[in-house]
Design a protein around this ligand. Structure first.
Ligand code: FPP
Length: 282
């Protein structure tokens, strides 16, 4: 379905959607979904109500991103540090994950969305792990958006795992003493191998932190932090983030536009500056 067709004919969402340049949609959006607890507290509700509302938001953002033409969406669902939370909250998060995945498999298939995961997922409780693998298998043939759930994820762990894999492979193949690691080798062993690097990293609820999320992959991502809590991050919020992304001047360490070749007089000036620098350093 065309994204505009999915929106109401009138209204704020449509105005925002019309302002978006369809040629410059971020290929990969990564989101730190934060603020479920504060959202619940503000309503006098228990924290789990915030997480439940957060799951509802996951569903709508996944669908919207897929309709907009985003190629990959990575959601930070559970960090390796989140085990420090009270046992009841952690158990509730696994329960919600299981319910979400079971309920979503058919919708993901219908929307041609392929599910994958990042993180040390083997450490998940058996029930959550099994349903995750089942959802990955059931959507493995889908060719549309990649939905990457970061679960029990830590970017530092991911980098350590990638380097250890390279060392193990080299040891088995008898070439450990001559092993030289380069960027491409590390990238190939990250959980996001095959996905473009995130163009846009969104964090909800106002904290200015990266929280051990995709440290390698976000080297050139545009950062967007909103005060909105995750359960309130609706379609208008998503569209605003994409519009803001499209306003950014991405230079990747270079210059905006290719500079014109220096004129003869500029070349002469450059030569003079170089000569004076050489003279002063003698
Ligand atoms: C941060 O809010 C959110 C989390 C730690 C978990 C995110 C999980 C979900 C949105 C639900 C499950 C996800 C999926 C993919 C089904 P917080 O609790 O840190 O909020 P606070 O900072 O306001 O306390």
């Amino acid at each position: 379905m065309n994204f505009l067709d999915a929106l109401a004919p009138e209204g704020n969402d449509r105005v925002l959607a019309l302002a978006i340049d369809p040629e410059r949609i971020p290929a990969h959006i990564a989101i730190i979904m934060d603020g479920n607890g504060r959202w619940a507290k503000g309503r006098g509700l228990p924290r789990f109500a915030g997480h439940r509302a957060g799951v509802t938001r996951v569903r709508s953002v996944v669908e919207d991103c897929s309709h907009i033409g985003v190629k990959a969406l990575t959601l930070y669902a559970f960090s390796a540090e989140n085990w420090k939370r009270p046992r009841a909250e952690v158990d509730m998060l696994w329960r919600l994950l299981r319910i979400y995945l079971r309920r979503e498999i058919e919708d993901l298939q219908r929307n041609n969305i392929r599910l994958q995961s990042s993180g040390r997922v083997e450490a998940l409780p058996a029930g959550a792990y099994e349903v995750l693998r089942e959802a990955e298998r059931a959507t493995a043939h889908c060719t549309g958006m990649r939905l990457n759930l970061a679960i029990n994820y830590s970017a530092r762990n991911e980098l350590v795992d990638a380097v250890n894999t390279l060392i193990d492979e080299a040891r088995i193949e008898g070439r450990l003493s001559s092993l030289v690691v380069d960027e491409a080798m590390i990238e190939k062993n990250l959980s996001t191998a095959g996905l473009p690097d995130p163009d846009l990293l969104i964090r909800t609820s106002g904290e200015m932190r990266i929280s051990n999320f995709l440290l390698w992959q976000i080297a050139y991502a545009e950062l967007y932090v909103t005060n909105t809590y995750w359960p309130d991050f609706d379609r208008a919020e998503l569209l605003k983030a994409i519009l803001e992304f499209q306003r950014r001047d991405r230079r990747f360490g270079g210059l905006t536009a290719a500079p014109a070749a220096p004129s003869l007089s500029q070349e002469h000036e450059i030569d003079e500056i170089a000569a004076s620098l050489t003279a002063s350093s003698k």
